[in-house]
Design a protein around this ligand. Structure first.
Ligand code: AP5
Ligand code: MG
Length: 218
């Protein structure tokens, strides 16, 4: 199964990516997570990415495409992969087409998670991430039993720098200008499936897997 998840910031791509990827036993690949890991390790890539991320803008295509090209060349993608947050521009979508053609592994489905802007703002402003294990919580929708402490590992929870109200607004603008056109792009190529991403996490996972099964039935 080779899948791309597309959807606004806060649609729940990262949350669903974990469940869907574990269902199919394929690696979830998030360009956002790769950038955040580089920021934490203070690499040159992390320094470049942070400037754009903190402003709510996209990291330049030439940087992002190279990272995905390298990642998809790794052995663990042989049985498939789930891309979360890539592609985000038409240029990235074109490049991804070339990468998977070179590897001989065409995409099966692009799954769009649909959520209204108001819900996105609620989800992002209450998101908290564990500094230690990376588990994602929500202060209202999925709260840990003790505020600020991860139930999974006891780690400290933090709010992402780009989850501040101003930056959330900018990310939504960038999404509608640069990323939303991909929905039409993949629909034209017969790869798009869409599902509403409102409801419980389990319900959305179930709907997503059903959509993927339908799309890949021979
Ligand atoms: P990235 O990390 O990809 O951020 P994003 O697209 O803005 O998406 P988020 O991670 O904010 O949201 P999500 O959809 O994963 O939602 P989540 O599951 O966490 O990118 C960050 C930045 O990196 C970009 O702005 C850009 O600068 C750069 N970047 C990354 N990729 C790039 C690319 N390809 N090109 C250029 N630049 C790139 O859920 C959100 C919250 O909601 C959580 O708290 C969760 O608990 C909660 N939640 C989830 N599901 C539900 C539900 N069903 N009901 C209620 N709450 C829920
Ligand atoms: Mg995410």
């Amino acid at each position: 199964m080779r899948v791309v998840l597309v959807g606004a910031p806060g649609a729940g791509k990262g949350t669903q990516a974990k469940h869907i990827a574990s269902h199919y036993e394929i690696p979830p690949i998030s360009t956002g997570d790769i950038f955040r890991a580089n920021i934490a390790e203070q690499t040159a890539l992390g320094k470049t990415a942070k400037r754009f991320m903190d402003a709510g803008d996209l990291v330049p295509d030439e940087v992002t495409i190279g990272i995905v090209r390298d990642r998809l060349a790794q052995d663990d993608t042989a049985s498939g992969f789930l891309l979360d947050g890539f592609p985000r521009t038409l240029a990235q979508a074109e490049a991804l087409g070339e990468i998977v053609a070179d590897l001989g592994t065409p995409l099966d489905v692009v799954l769009e998670l649909q959520v209204e802007d108001d819900e996105v703002v609620r989800r992002l402003s209450g998101r908290r991430t564990c500094r230690n294990c990376g588990h994602v919580w929500h202060v209202e929708f999925d709260p840990p039993s003790v505020a600020g402490v991860c139930d999974e590992c006891g780690g400290e929870l933090f709010q992402r720098d780009d989850d501040l109200p101003e930056t959330i607004r900018r990310r939504l603008e960038v999404y509608s200008e640069q990323t939303a056109p991909l929905v039409g792009y993949y629909a034209e190529r017969g790869l798009l499936r869409s599902t509403t991403a409102i409801g419980s996490v389990d319900e959305i996972t179930k709907r997503s897997v059903e959509a993927l099964e339908l799309a890949t039935q021979v």
